[in-house]
Ligand binder design. Structure first.
Ligand SMILES: *Cc1c(COP(=O)(O)O)cnc(C)c1O
Length: 431
């Protein structure tokens, strides 16, 4: 089977490469832990959405919480994308990367008044509102600023995206969105508010979704509402179907973006809504397989053969990247492929790949058959999404450096953090 991230991730003469660059060589040049991204892979992933949307009014809003590094944002700014943001901090990042607010949709269940004010002043394209309380708050903020806030209501369609419970968002039991049954009344209410201008409707049913059907179910539920809301005299301009398309980490086989979008468009056309402007908010599917995390093997710590055979002990491969660098395995028990950057000829052994952090949950992979030796560099594949953006400084570990590959060039896009930066804003008490 090909590697996740292929064809941008590939092995040539035993050397693991990303967009033609030797990952072992990049680790030597820039140090580890190191995130490396392929710009070509990001552009190729975006092209899938674009192909299916060609000729229709649309905006692909990259859900930047997946990876909000400035050079990544810049890549999508240059490609003409909009952005889906979930905080005022993300808005500042978009602006710093050269993006414009009028292509930004602002999602999230807990926007503060200050965030609303800043987003209004910057001129975001739309607020994706998730509750009546938020609607009231936004109305007040907008009126105080002498403006009308463009609004889409995020509907919770109550469909099961059949994904990990932590990343499923479209069920009644989730905190997200306005319940389908309350949506019509909430639209009527929104239309009555002087500071609110109804602009669209949206949903986002979860993440790492590998089937088309949950999307079609959600679309049908949304279109039922659009018809009811418009019949009540409130026009809806755009339809935002959120993000959530999965990628291949192991042996998943998610639909390609163009297939997913094509199926959704076919349903829209069939129901007579083909002319509506379409928004999507993909995160993971644009960047997940465009990045890898490189880490150096520090020590091998073997259990005794008898204990390991009895399941009473394990073999640990201790590496210099940890849960603070890449949280997905610890947080979701996520499985991510781990590949040596250079193949060795010896017999493989079973290893748990663990980091230096003082938590038993600090692992990157378990039960992996690998040939490893101290000093080797391993690559965690599919690490472009929810890797660096979720990194922390736990154990006072400076965050990793990042490199972007663009054809022949490999550019350092984030310097490795220093220990001094970690406590630069802290103060000692008076003695
Ligand atoms: C996280 C999120 C996305 C992106 O999800 P992916 O699974 O990364 O595609 C899109 N929209 C909203 C509202 C989100 O919270």
């Amino acid at each position: 089977m090909t590697l996740p991230g292929a064809p941008f991730v590939a092995r040539r003469d035993g050397e693991l490469e990303l967009e033609g660059h030797s990952l072992a060589a990049l680790a030597r040049e820039f140090g580890t832990p190191l995130y490396v991204y392929s710009r070509g892979a990001m552009r190729a992933a975006l092209a899938g959405y674009r192909r299916a949307l060609h000729g229709r009014p649309h905006l692909v809003c990259y859900a930047m919480k997946a990876n909000s590094s400035l050079a990544v944002l810049q890549t999508f700014v240059e490609a003409g994308c909009g952005f889906d943001i979930v905080s005022a901090g993300e808005l500042e990042r978009v602006l710093a990367a050269g993006g414009s607010a009028d292509k930004v949709v602002f999602s999230g269940v807990g926007k503060t008044g200050a965030e609303m004010q800043r987003a209004l002043e910057a001129g975001v394209r739309c607020f994706n509102v998730e509750s009546r309380g938020e609607l009231d708050r936004l109305d007040a903020v907008a009126r105080a600023a002498g403006r009308r806030a463009p609004v889409s209501l995020r509907i919770n369609p109550d469909v099961d995206a059949r994904t990990h419970p932590y990343i499923s968002t479209g069920l009644k039991s989730n905190k997200f969105g306005i319940a389908h049954g309350e949506a019509l009344a909430t639209y009527r209410y929104a239309a009555s508010l002087a500071g609110i201008e109804v602009s669209g409707i949206d949903c986002h049913i979860g993440s790492q979704i590998t089937e088309v059907e949950p999307y079609l179910d959600a679309l049908d539920r949304l279109l039922d509402l659009v018809e009811a809301v418009e019949a009540a005299g409130v026009p809806i301009r755009h339809l935002d179907l959120g993000g959530g398309l999965g990628i291949r980490y192991a042996d998943e086989a998610p639909p390609a973006a163009d297939e997913l979008v094509g199926r959704l468009i076919a349903r829209l056309d069939a129901r007579g809504h083909g002319a509506r402007e379409l928004l999507f908010e993909p995160g993971r599917s644009l960047v997940g397989n465009a990045g890898v995390l490189l880490t150096e093997v520090l020590y091998l710590k073997r259990g005794t053969a008898i204990d390991v055979a009895a399941g009473a002990a394990r073999n640990f491969c201790i590496v210099d990247a940890a849960m603070n660098d890449l949280m997905r395995p610890a947080l979701y028990e996520a499985w991510m492929a781990i590949e040596p950057c250079r193949l060795r000829a010896d017999a493989a052994e079973r290893w748990d790949i663990v980091g230096p952090v003082c938590e038993s949950g600090d692992w990157l992979g378990r039960d992996r058959m690998l040939v490893v030796a101290p000093g080797d560099v391993l690559a965690v594949l599919s690490a472009g999404a929810y890797g660096m953006s979720m990194a922390s400084n736990y154990n006072s570990r400076p965050r990793a450096a990042e490199v972007m590959i663009d054809g022949p060039r490999a550019t350092l896009i984030r310097e490795r953090e220093t220990a001094g930066e970690l406590f630069a804003r802290e103060r000692l008490l008076a003695r």
